[in-house]
Design a protein around this ligand. Structure first.
Ligand code: SF4
Length: 702
């Protein structure tokens, strides 16, 4: 793993950013007394040796001098260095007194989808066993919960990709709905490019022309928030043109007749009006997808981050089931997860309603199994809590008075961010574990130094559902401790050390394997040794001889009767609650740029990445810009019912005239989530980030 040369060391590692989890090598060259670094790709089954600009520069944040490398306590508004012993004692004092005064549930844990499987597992156990609080949730709630909920309801289980990535290159028709893979998971693009070279027809659904839609044969430029209605249009065409796979539907699906009846009653002109997509384009797309022998649909945040995104995703799954394009070669679904461990972090128990292995916290058998693994009584396990944003509301109302935050930046990533900012300032004691003093960590009483991808050993589960091992390359800098070690240390001072006596990430993984056994996300056959030898294993993998599962649902779906469930989705259930009107006349939609990751805490520290995009912007159609007297590259105030931000305009004829786009990687006066409403999906509690109403006005520059 580590080859020494006279002036060069090579460390095998894995990119800390998106869900592709590209394998890479950090090359450290010692030149006289100076060290210089570069990162190159390493061959593996998913990214095939490719890296994007973020991966190439990932070492810049991990090696940055701004890293927090010892505990910091806020004293009179300033952070001062303290020892670990003092930090742990502060936590013991404050967490104990908060729970004595306000009850166990007054403490909350806020997790992350950028941490390893071992840390996600341990965080869930920490909340339920060490703190005995029901309040734990994580930033993945804001990211992939709609797709997870839709797949669970439709198929009976949720693995982001139902097929291994290698199948993409041979699919005949691909729908990319609300996903900008070229910017968000760039090393995945060659799979689609190969599919196209092999003759695939690609349909993109997006309100903007992007680097991804450029590849498409047909771009349906949908209105923000109208994806479910568009899926109804596609289904209507498929059924009217006799393109349903009758045998598949009869044998493997429930609910088709209700869906057929529902879409038969819909008016295609109304769908065109609602979606902004002409009838002939809907007919063309539905006809081609229905007629091609194989097909896959991919969704991402454009479809999912809506006030009923889970229903929107379900409607795309309806299309796959109606056409029989599931459980067969080159047929299936992919939720294109954004965060590095977006898949694994949702499987091991840091969601409010879940226990490890996708077990449910309100299911008595599941509670009993996990209680047994943990060596506690099932009746002592807390019950279901609430979603990430709802936890913030409980902080704001005073119900939650203490918090442990792990590697997340909620005042930049949550909707209605003003409330979140206010809420966190009300906490009696707030501990943030982070690499840097992020915008949220600034509000903490105590910051604990987290370990980076270069120091952390552990497993990650990539967008395919492939479990990979990321080995540690470097020792923790300064007094930094591994994130799992921090949780064990806190548990110990709280008197719960016996449940957290781990001495390595591998030991935690071995407990996770047992906890996942028999669950939907079964990792029990996966070991660190196998991961080293086999370069990743796709779950479920229920025993050490099992090769992993490349394609799901070949024989049956995961519901008890083996059938998938179709459900009728109303055109109107999904349209955004807040639509443009006379006062706020434009749709606002949000998203990413290639050079930044999430709220930018890490990528804004990288000089190479920050140089590419050093500030936020608002993409606007020139015709709209002229109407509002907004010059290209001028400052513009973007205002919603919740607040305003000032960003620079960027004219582009690639966006709809009724819509503006602002990325979400910047904080403070450029934090677009100050503008976003708190409307949540009724099923999965995903906020509706992707469609809200704003007004814009020019800012006179001094
Ligand atoms: Fe790969 Fe994603 Fe990292 Fe880019 S950001 S190198 S695509 S893991």
């Amino acid at each position: 793993r580590q080859q020494e040369a006279e002036t060069e060391r090579v460390y095998d590692t894995q990119c800390p950013y998106c869900s592709m989890q590209c394998k890479m090598q950090l090359i450290e060259q010692s030149i006289v007394s100076r060290k210089q670094y570069k990162t190159i790709g390493k061959d593996n089954p998913t990214s095939e040796g490719r890296l994007c600009i973020k991966g190439m520069n990932a070492h810049q944040h991990a090696l940055h001098s701004d890293r927090v490398t010892y505990p910091l306590l806020k004293v009179n508004g300033e952070f001062v260095r303290i020892s670990w012993e003092q930090a742990l004692e502060k936590i013991r004092e404050n967490f104990t007194s908060i729970q004595a005064e306000d009850g166990n549930d007054a403490l909350a844990v806020y997790g992350s989808a950028s941490i390893t499987n071992e840390e996600a597992y341990l965080l869930g156990k920490f909340a339920r066993v060490a703190l005995q609080t029901k309040y734990i949730d994580y930033n993945g709630r804001l990211c992939m919960s709609a797709a997870a909920s839709a797949a669970s309801q439709t198929f009976g289980m949720d693995r982001g990709f139902t097929n291994s990535m290698s199948e993409i290159s041979n699919v005949r028709c691909i729908i990319l709905a609300g996903t900008n893979i070229a910017e968000c998971q760039p090393t995945m693009m060659p799979y689609f490019e190969r599919a196209k070279e092999n003759g695939a027809y690609i349909i993109a659904i997006d309100p903007r022309e992007t680097a991804t839609t450029k590849m498409a044969d047909l771009h349906l430029k949908v209105k923000p928030g109208a994806d479910a209605a568009l899926a109804n249009g596609l289904l209507k065409v498929i059924i009217e043109e006799g393109l349903v796979d009758e045998a598949f539907v009869r044998e493997r699906v429930k609910g088709f007749d209700e869906v057929a009846e529902h879409v038969a009653a819909l008016d295609m002109d109304e769908i065109a009006e609602l979606t902004g997509v002409p009838v002939e384009q809907i007919r063309k797309a539905g006809g081609i997808f229905g007629r091609e022998e194989t097909g896959m649909i991919f969704t991402a945040r454009g479809v999912e981050q809506q006030t009923d995104g889970s229903a929107a995703v379900r409607n795309f799954l309806n299309i796959l089931l109606a056409t029989g394009k599931m459980g067969k070669p080159y047929c299936g679904y992919g939720a294109v997860t954004g965060q590095s461990n977006g898949q694994g972090a949702r499987e091991h128990g840091q969601k409010a309603d879940q226990l490890p292995g996708y077990r449910l916290i309100e299911n008595e058998e599941h509670r009993a199994y996990i209680a047994d693994v943990w060596g506690v009584r099932a009746e002592d396990l807390p019950r279901k809590g609430v979603s990430a944003y709802e936890m913030m509301e409980k902080v704001h109302s005073g119900e939650i008075t203490g918090m442990l935050l792990m590697c997340s930046n909620p005042i930049v990533s949550n909707p209605n961010a003003h409330l979140v900012q206010e809420a966190l300032q009300k906490l009696k004691f707030f501990v943030a574990v982070d690499l840097f003093i992020s915008e949220t960590a600034r509000l903490a009483d105590l910051i604990l130094p987290a370990s980076s991808y270069l120091e952390d050993e552990g497993t990650m589960t990539n967008v395919e559902g492939r479990v990979t091992l990321r080995e540690a390359s470097k020792p923790c800098p300064g007094e930094t401790r591994h994130d799992w070690q921090i949780l064990c240390d806190i548990a110990k001072v709280l008197g719960k050390g016996e449940y957290f006596s781990f001495s390595s990430a591998e030991e935690i993984f071995n407990e996770l394997r047992i906890a996942s056994r028999g669950g939907l996300a079964d990792y029990s056959g996966i070991t660190y040794d196998r991961l080293r030898k086999e370069n990743g294993i796709l779950w479920p993998c229920p025993d050490p001889e099992h090769p992993g599962t490349k394609r799901l649902f070949e024989e049956s779906f995961a519901h008890p009767d083996g059938k998938a469930v179709m459900v009728a989705v109303s055109n109107n259930s999904v349209v955004p609650k807040e639509k443009p009107d006379g006062e706020f006349p434009l749709y606002l939609t949000t998203g990413r740029v290639m050079s930044h990751y999430l709220t930018g805490v890490q990528t804004r520290k990288s000089s190479s990445l920050a140089a590419r995009n050093f500030e936020s912007f608002m993409e606007i159609h020139p015709a709209t810009a002229m109407k509002y007297n907004i010059q290209d590259q001028s400052l513009v105030k973007v205002e919603s019912r919740r607040g305003s931000i000032v960003v620079r305009s960027q004219w582009s004829d690639k966006i709809r005239q009724d819509t503006v786009f602002v990325p979400f990687h910047w904080a403070d006066s450029q934090n677009v989530n100050f503008l976003i409403p708190k409307d949540l999906d009724p099923t999965c509690r995903m906020p509706g980030f992707k469609a809200s109403a704003v007004k814009i006005s020019p800012v006179v520059e001094a």
